[in-house]
Design a protein around this ligand. Structure first.
Ligand SMILES: Nc1c(NC[C@H](O)[C@H](O)[C@H](O)CO)[nH]c(=O)[nH]c1=O
Ligand SMILES: CC(=O)[C@@H](O)COP(=O)(O)O
Length: 151
């Protein structure tokens, strides 16, 4: 199977957009590099709003997997932990519910702005790579391939 057949959706938080718009650019170019097609980009106000957008994209027949992008920066309280922990759990649950890969490209919690800037490249490319790889392998399994690791 070719990567060109993998269609992905990207959900990106606009909070800390100085960071997340760079993550979005990087994710789109990495998807191109992998010959995967970005079918939809869904921008949400903050990371907390990501799960609903993921759910909507997963329900579309033309989307095989979803990449999440966000940057949760530490404030003065543990609010960042509440957001990041909940969202990680919810997007994982949605992946299992819809039987489609969802990757976690959300920096934090506990990150400083500087730490988040340093992680733009790594988190966005890893999130795209993981979603596309999982979608390919799941399709191989569905097509009856004897090994999930056949490229
Ligand atoms: N502090 C951060 C937020 N906070 C906003 C929430 O995600 C949400 O939009 C608000 O509580 C309204 O429901 N979002 C981030 O993505 N990153 C942060 O550091
Ligand atoms: C994670 C956030 O929403 C953040 O802005 C909250 O900051 P604080 O912990 O100072 O309330």
């Amino acid at each position: 199977m070719q990567d060109s057949s993998i269609k992905l959706g990207i959900v990106v938080a606009e909070f800390n957009y100085d960071i997340t718009h760079l993550m979005l650019d990087r994710a789109i170019s990495h998807a191109k590099f992998l010959n995967a097609e970005v079918r939809a980009v869904f921008k949400v106000p903050g990371t907390f709003e990501i799960p609903l957008a993921v759910k909507q994209l997963l329900s579309r027949d033309d989307i095989d997997c979803v990449v999440t992008l966000g940057a949760v920066i530490k404030g003065e309280t543990k609010h960042d932990e509440v957001i990041a922990n909940q969202v990680a759990r919810l997007v994982s649950d949605l992946s299992l519910e819809f039987n489609k890969p969802v990757s976690l490209g959300i920096i934090g919690p506990g990150a400083t702005h500087e730490q988040a800037m340093e992680r733009i490249e790594e988190y966005s490319t890893r999130a795209v790579e993981s979603a596309v790889k999982m979608a390919r392998r799941m399709r191989s399994m569905m097509e009856g391939s004897s090994s999930v690791n056949i490229e």
